[in-house]
Design a protein around this ligand. Structure first.
Ligand SMILES: [Zn+2]
Length: 179
């Protein structure tokens, strides 16, 4: 995918999600592992990857956070996170529920390990809020960017925007093979 800091610094207009145009259905341009359902700034994206691009979408801080994970590309992170949410979804639960069992409980531990990397984002740019990334990225000078601030990634929590909070859960449940 496009580097997150470069995207945040770009002159794209508002980075918000919109519907795909006719005939635009395709694989997600970020993870490549799921069908694109929305677009942001011309990038066709699946629901797991939309939050990594929709930095200006109202409510983005409620569904995602910035983490520091330089050795994992955003698209790979998207595949991992989708699998973790699916492991919980297979039990009819979300990764945030308290009574996860078996594989879902292990998925929760992995998700929490990713979530803990918010501290690295805060240490480098002063925030873990995606809505603050565009301003923070503009403030990075070239030295800071060479030092590796492009190791910032967006971690998707698995809940959807306020107008349809269950939408991701429904999407991930519909993709779990039966049997
Ligand atoms: Zn994707």
């Amino acid at each position: 995918m496009e580097d997150l800091v470069l995207l945040a610094r770009s002159s794209h207009g508002a980075l918000v999600a919109s519907a795909l145009g006719p005939g635009e259905a395709d694989a997600c341009r970020c993870c490549g592992a799921a069908p694109a359902v929305l677009q942001v700034a011309g990038f066709l994206l699946c629901r797991t990857c939309v939050p990594a691009f929709a930095l200006d979408e109202p409510g983005i801080d409620d569904i995602a956070s910035l983490i520091w994970l330089p050795h994992v590309d955003q698209g790979v992170l998207g595949r991992i996170v989708a699998a973790l949410h699916a492991a919980a979804g297979q039990q009819g639960l979300t990764i945030h529920d308290v009574d996860l069992r078996g594989q879902a409980a292990l998925a929760r531990m992995a998700f929490d390990a990713l979530k803990a990397q918010e501290a690295g984002a805060i240490a480098r740019i002063g925030t873990a809020r995606p809505s603050a990334l565009r301003t923070a990225a503009l403030a990075l000078d070239q030295v800071a960017r060479r030092r590796g601030e492009t190791g910032l990634r967006v971690l998707f929590n698995g809940n959807w925007f306020a107008n349809a909070p269950d939408r991701y859960f429904e999407t991930i449940r519909s993709r779990i093979p039966v049997g």
